[in-house]
Ligand binder design. Structure first.
Ligand code: IFM
Length: 462
């Protein structure tokens, strides 16, 4: 009897593993046989580069600047080596110079965010100087034939909003909507592309699951609720802006980071379960919500949530896709940390805990194409202080985009992250994502050699 049961158990185990293995392959191209030297794009393709206010502007007083001063339960600083954003890349004062850099790249679009805490320093106060500042910046972009792409929420919000519970509370969504309406009222006659919220799953998981982002909590159920509220906020902002003057003629999208989670050991059922659960939370819950209007996360013992919003299915003029890499997860017997992140020896690492995996961008495009709206790559780039892998990264990821277009996917644009070095959140200033390096002592900007590959592709001179 025991033998029989063991036999059936082994057959079942093997069948599940074989099924998963075949059903969810980890796409790998043979790059030796792929030429990335001449990558072509349609003439209408949108080329751009991106930044976010807190990371480049400096002098922000918000949930992040507060978090930067603190430390974790184990005494480790929240930010590597206790770094603080300070004046960052001083983009607030130097934007005229930076617009010249954007022109030098040959791109036609610039994605940036407005800093909510500067525009609305108190719940009942809008700061006209801050509004005028962004207005001047937008005007200067337009004078230089650069189309502004404005993000309304990129990780930061005012401290007063944080004190009210931020996106932990559904009732706070209306406060965010009022801010968005104000900004839209100011600029919608001159800004054609809008991003509502940047990477809601990152805000929810890093802020409430890993504790690496503010508010540094570790509560998986709350993390799921915050994700639901952020996605609902996107849907509500979309529909309220669409009703305003200029609403029908502008393009509004959500920006979502896709990061595939793969089993470290493809023969190990627990690695599959862990990676499926993390994918379900991080990627699929949001995509399914936008596709079906149903948001559900069902991970027993960790997070359980079900929510319906029929307006979600019609809440985007385009999908903003951020893509960097994939991660391999290895199960371990620990309630506190049920998995570790692993990297294959043969993979080329970036300075971040990411590998160079161009195939992943193709896979991400494939998976979000289910939403049936145009796809804009709103972020993609490499942290590479030595500048030894940037060219390779750019060529491989852009090859993946060009192949996706050739294969019929509706990808309309690509924004390199980032225009210049900036404050990389919990990693501080150490991560060098910039096409232009920034010397944080002198604020001098210089084009990196590896970035020239991007310029050549943009200008079709590759
Ligand atoms: O710097 C971040 C950005 O703010 C959001 N997307 C990922 C980037 C690199 O980590």
């Amino acid at each position: 009897m025991i033998l029989k049961i063991s036999f059936y158990a082994i057959v079942l185990y093997l069948s599940v593993i074989v099924y998963c293995h075949l059903q969810y392959p980890e796409l790998r191209w043979n790059w030796e046989n792929i030429s990335t030297d001449k990558i072509l794009f349609p003439s209408t393709f949108i080329w751009g580069t991106a930044t976010a206010a807190h990371q480049v502007e400096g002098n922000c007083v918000n949930n992040w600047s507060e978090f930067e001063k603190g430390s974790k339960d184990d005494g480790q600083p929240n930010i590597k080596d206790n770094q603080q954003s300070g004046i960052a890349s001083d983009h607030w004062n130097r934007y005229p110079e930076d617009i010249k850099l954007i022109k030098e790249l040959g791109v036609s679009h610039y994605r940036f965010s407005v800093e909510w805490s500067k525009i609305q320093p108190a719940q009942d106060t809008f700061n006209q100087d801050a509004l005028d500042h962004y207005s001047r910046m937008i005007d200067m972009l337009l004078e230089n034939n650069i189309t502004p792409v404005l993000t309304l929420h990129h990780f930061t919000h005012p401290l007063w909003f944080d004190k009210l519970g931020a996106f932990e509370k559904e009732e706070n969504i209306s406060i965010f909507i009022s801010f968005c309406e104000k900004v839209f009222h100011e600029y919608s006659h001159k800004v054609e592309y809008w991003c509502t919220i940047n990477e809601p799953a990152v805000v929810a998981t890093q802020g409430y699951f890993s504790g690496m982002f503010p508010p540094g909590k570790k509560d998986s159920q709350l993390s799921a609720e915050v994700l639901k509220n952020l996605l609902d906020a996107h849907v509500q902002v979309y529909h309220s802006l669409k009703k305003m003057e200029n609403g029908p003629k502008v393009k509004i999208g959500l920006v979502k980071n896709i990061n595939q989670f793969e089993p470290w050991r493809r023969w190990h059922i627990l690695d599959w379960i862990i990676s499926k659960a993390v994918n379900h939370f991080f990627n699929d819950s949001a995509i399914d919500y936008l596709r079906t209007g149903i948001f559900k996360i069902r991970i027993p013992g960790l997070a359980w949530i079900y929510h319906e919003n029929p307006n979600a299915t019609n809440s985007m003029d385009y999908f903003g896709l951020n893509y960097y890499s994939h991660n391999h997860l290895k199960f371990q017997l620990s309630l506190k940390e049920p998995f570790t992140m692993e990297f294959r020896d043969e993979d080329t690492m970036t300075d971040m805990p990411y590998t160079i995996y161009g195939e992943g961008l193709y896979r991400a495009i494939e998976s979000v194409s289910a939403l049936d709206v145009p796809i804009m790559i709103t972020e993609n780039g490499i942290a590479d202080a030595e500048d030894s892998r940037r060219e390779l990264y750019i060529k491989r990821y852009l090859y993946a985009v060009s192949k996706a277009i050739k294969d019929g996917y509706d990808v309309i644009g690509y924004f390199y992250w980032s225009l210049m070095d900036n404050f990389e959140w919990a990693f501080g200033d150490d991560m060098k994502f910039g096409l232009f390096s920034v010397d944080f002592e002198t604020q001098e900007r210089s084009l990196r050699d590896g970035s020239k590959a991007y310029i050549q592709i943009v200008k079709n001179e590759n």
